[in-house]
Design a protein around this ligand. Structure first.
Ligand code: BG6
Length: 515
């Protein structure tokens, strides 16, 4: 059982934003419920919006009631005590020395009030990315100045994504950070790493002996990773139009999934060893040069339409999108990892907004059995085995094997051996942010991105972005509710393979054999 974290001041920059309401404040309440939050810890929300402390607490109250994992059984007494330890600090500018001076004085008062004796600080940067540098600089200057710097057991930064927009900006941000802080103080977040199934990927691979011998190009035909969403980007266009699917989802979440699938066994289960291995994966990805983007990548943009509860006039019509924007709301890539384990074996990845369903999964498709026995007599090829690692909607792992359909005829049908998190363990997994904030409090960096790791991931993305920006072809349109542009199908089908989910409502056929 994890133990209560050390006490600290949790300072959330960007506290009036969506992330704080949707995830951070509810996570802090849940940590208190699980007794992981120290009773001497407190929260200070720092933002530019003019708001009274009462109003901020009211927002937090609503946020917890609406978004907390245990929202159906709120503990009123606990909620009250958590809200009483939440404060609001308004500053006109994230980089203002005066605001930071006042914040620091405020924290000193709160330390005394709540008994945060070690004066520990956890600074959570949940602002638009252009505020990262001024905040880090101000915090860093103060941290370096002994007069303004009461000794503390720890002063740590949690930095939200996006960490840079390309290799150069990530390097610059790392340089700014390292001017003032050691890497041990920095926690770059990727909330996918806080998800149970993602962590289970490591357990599955390295705590079971059946996988390692076959976990390579000799037995695996290919790996496909799909992270599809049903939401649009219409209401986040201000951010999204400067980002796009490749930077928003591939450089971080999808690459993390890919690295955990592809990495070598780490020397130990610690932050250094695991992050070393993930970084090696990024460095081994065969670069897609700008002139190769038409062969190895597909980008798409949703048009007008309705899917589920979402109606859109098309991405380019959304408020905040530049006229004629070429920003992709869908991206698919075919990648190779040039090392001994994965030599010549493709990884297909795709992600997009307003797709057919909300799904995050890794499919490891094994090679078909040799062309003997059933293969000869069956009407169509016997289906290959799949290992499906599902992160959403239902976290779990499923093996797809071929089984005989009962009866006199030799009919074969793929069947699934399912492991579902909820039914297997009968406990509710913590939300990613609960796990990650706790880890930052106890100083465990395993589930956070290291500086060089972020840079290695950007190094793969940059030439693709360059190729796309230099291309005369606009992103290919796709209809809301589809699986993306047609070329995304071609990308994999030209290789004689197919996406696990390709058409609505499709199921695997029964394979009939005459024996
Ligand atoms: C965020 C992206 O990091 O992840 C969003 O910025 C995306 O665009 C979200 O919607 C998806 O997260 P999840 O946990 O819902 O898969």
């Amino acid at each position: 059982m994890p133990t209560t974290a050390p006490s600290c001041a949790i300072v959330i920059f960007g506290a009036s934003g969506d992330l704080a309401k949707l995830k951070l404040i509810p996570a802090i309440y849940e940590m208190a419920r699980e007794r992981l939050l120290n009773e001497h810890s407190y929260v200070v929300g720092f933002a530019r919006s003019k708001m009274s402390e009462d109003d901020f607490r009211k927002e937090c109250n609503d946020a917890i009631r609406l978004n907390a994992r245990s929202k159906k059984a709120i503990d009123e007494g606990l909620l009250k005590s958590v809200l009483n330890r939440i404060h609001y600090f308004q500053g006109d500018d994230y980089g203002s020395a005066e605001a930071h001076q006042k914040l620091s004085e405020f924290l000193t008062t709160c330390d005394a009030k709540y008994g945060n004796a070690e004066k520990n600080r956890l600074f959570y940067l949940s602002t638009p990315p252009n505020a990262f540098e001024p905040i880090i600089t101000r915090l860093g200057e103060r941290a370096k100045d002994p007069d303004n710097n009461p000794p503390a057991r720890f002063k740590r930064l949690i930095i939200e994504k996006p960490f840079g927009t390309d290799l150069a900006s990530a390097k610059h941000l790392n340089a700014v950070i390292h001017k003032y802080f050691d890497e041990e103080q920095v926690f770059r977040i990727d909330h996918y790493l806080g998800k149970e199934t993602v962590q289970n990927l490591m357990v599955m691979r390295f705590a079971n002996s059946i996988f390692e011998p076959i976990w390579n190009y000799k037995y695996i035909d290919h790996v496909q990773i799909t992270v599809s969403e049903i939401v649009s980007a219409d209401d986040r266009a201000g951010y999204y139009d400067n980002s796009g699917a490749l930077r928003d989802m591939v450089q971080n979440h999808i690459f993390q999934l890919m690295a955990l699938v592809a990495m070598e066994p780490p020397a130990a289960l610690d932050a250094v060893s695991i992050r070393d291995e993930k970084t090696k994966v990024y460095r081994s990805i065969r670069p897609i040069r700008p002139e190769q983007v038409d062969v190895f990548t597909v980008r798409g943009q949703y048009g007008a339409g309705t899917h589920g509860k979402v109606t859109t006039n098309g991405y380019t019509q959304a408020k905040g999108v530049k006229p004629g924007s070429g920003t992709e709301t869908f991206a698919a890539l075919k990648l190779f990892i040039d090392n001994w384990r994965w030599s010549g074996m493709p990884f297909y990845i795709r992600t997009g907004k307003l797709l057919e369903q909300k799904l995050s999964e890794v499919v490891v498709r094994f090679r078909s059995p040799p062309q003997t026995l059933f293969q000869k007599q069956c009407e169509s090829p016997v289906y290959p085995n799949d290992l499906v690692i599902r992160i959403a909607p239902e976290e779990g792992i499923s093996w797809r094997l071929n089984g005989k359909v009962p009866g006199g005829a030799m009919n074969i049908k793929p069947v699934a051996l399912d492991f579902n998190y909820k039914t297997a363990f009968k406990v509710e997994a913590p939300e990613a942010y609960e796990r990650l904030i706790y880890d930052a409090m106890v100083g465990d960096q395993t589930l956070f991105i290291r500086g060089d790791e972020a840079e290695a991931a950007w190094a793969v993305i940059d030439p693709i972005e360059l190729g796309w920006r230099g291309s005369k072809k606009p992103p290919e349109p796709y209809a809301p509710g589809s699986w993306g542009p047609k070329r995304a199908m071609d990308l994999i089908e030209h290789d004689g393979r197919r996406w696990m989910q390709a058409k609505e409502g499709e199921s695997e056929p029964i394979v009939a054999c005459s024996l």
